[in-house]
Ligand binder design. Structure first.
Ligand SMILES: [Mn+2]
Length: 325
């Protein structure tokens, strides 16, 4: 196996790419799967309480949140370099949270997949990987999912299909759907579901079971695909141009934040100038890739637990956003 640190310098300095050997890829996905399965069995993921798709975390020592990567290895490695990732991740009080959408669209989906698996198995106590719509169950087909084709192109028809169906899809199923950070943040990939919820118990139950119920209700689809509704309207939600998922309105944001006793929804999913704020500061979007979106910017969030405790809304939170490049 190659030295991960050398790789980072290589990609950032020389704009090089990596060739991930088939055995290395299988090994690292297996290691990540084993790590995630062990965590689920123990009921504890990266120091938080895990129940199905939900992870509940206390305020960490320091936190980094990374939005969509979409195969942009260079932007991803630049973040790791900037945060001094080895020193950061070796401390189990610090957390790096990925909002999902690691693959598709960019040039280096396989290398990004390799790298997130590497980070999870190497630093299980500090890394949480969330599920994006590009890591959705196969019952949600969509045209921009190019990873399966790339895998076959790289490793051939027989091995490619096998790695995708037996390894990668199994890995995707183990990813986290929602994270609650005590009193402060509610994290999802896309947005809040429009289904009516009455209490914190309701909310936790529907998220925890979102995965197993994804055929019977819309919770998983909406968490992975929804976007915030922009224009002021009396409607609680609207249909989405994506043809899947919905647009959730400000009333839904207010309700979910009240019930979960948190202050800001942090999500990825939409290209923007690194970050954007919706619903009067109740929703922050974070986007961390540039390669496939040259007209937009990439950014990540980094702050201490003390700073996190002091924020009241997404506008406060935006003080801790750093642009990549
Ligand atoms: Mn997305």
């Amino acid at each position: 196996m190659f030295d991960f640190i050398d790789l980072i310098y290589l990609v950032i300095d020389i704009h090089s790419s990596i060739n991930v050997n088939i055995n290395d890829l299988i090994q690292i996905i297996d290691d990540a799967i084993k790590t995630l399965e062990n965590e689920r069995q123990a009921g504890s993921m990266a120091g938080g309480k895990v129940n199905g798709g939900l992870v509940e975390l206390q305020i960490p020592g320091k936190i980094v949140i990374i939005g969509d990567i979409h195969g942009d290895l260079k932007s991803f490695f630049k973040v790791l370099y900037d945060i001094n990732f080895e020193e950061f991740l070796v401390d189990p009080n610090n957390k790096v949270i990925f909002l999902g959408d690691y693959i598709d669209r960019g040039n280096n989906s396989i290398e990004v997949l390799y790298s997130i698996c590497y980070l999870k198995q190497k630093y299980p106590n500090s890394v949480i990987l969330m599920r994006g719509n590009h890591e959705a169950p196969v019952e949600f087909p969509f045209s921009s999912h190019d990873l399966p084709h790339k895998i076959i192109e790289y490793y051939g028809e027989r091995w490619g299909k096998l790695i995708y169906t037996k390894k990668i899809l199994r890995f995707f199923r183990l990813l986290t759907i929602t994270i609650l950070i005590h009193d402060q943040l509610l994290l999802v990939h896309g947005g809040l579901p429009t289904e009516d919820i009455g209490s914190i118990i309701d909310l936790k139950r529907s998220i925890a079971s979102a995965q197993e119920n994804h055929i019977h209700n819309k919770i998983l689809e909406e968490i992975l695909w929804n976007d915030p509704l922009r224009s002021p309207t009396k409607r609680d939600w609207d249909f989405s141009k994506r043809g899947i998922g919905k647009l959730f309105g400000i009333n839904i944001s207010r309700k979910w934040l009240n019930i979960s006793r948190t202050k800001v929804v942090v999500r990825g999913h939409e290209p923007c100038q690194g970050f954007k704020i919706d619903h009067n500061g109740m929703v922050m979007t974070l986007f961390s890739c540039k390669q496939a979106y040259p007209n937009f910017e990439a950014a990540y969030l980094m702050m201490s637990g003390k700073q996190l405790k002091s924020i009241h809304d997404g506008i406060d939170l935006s003080n801790y956003v750093t642009k990549i490049f």
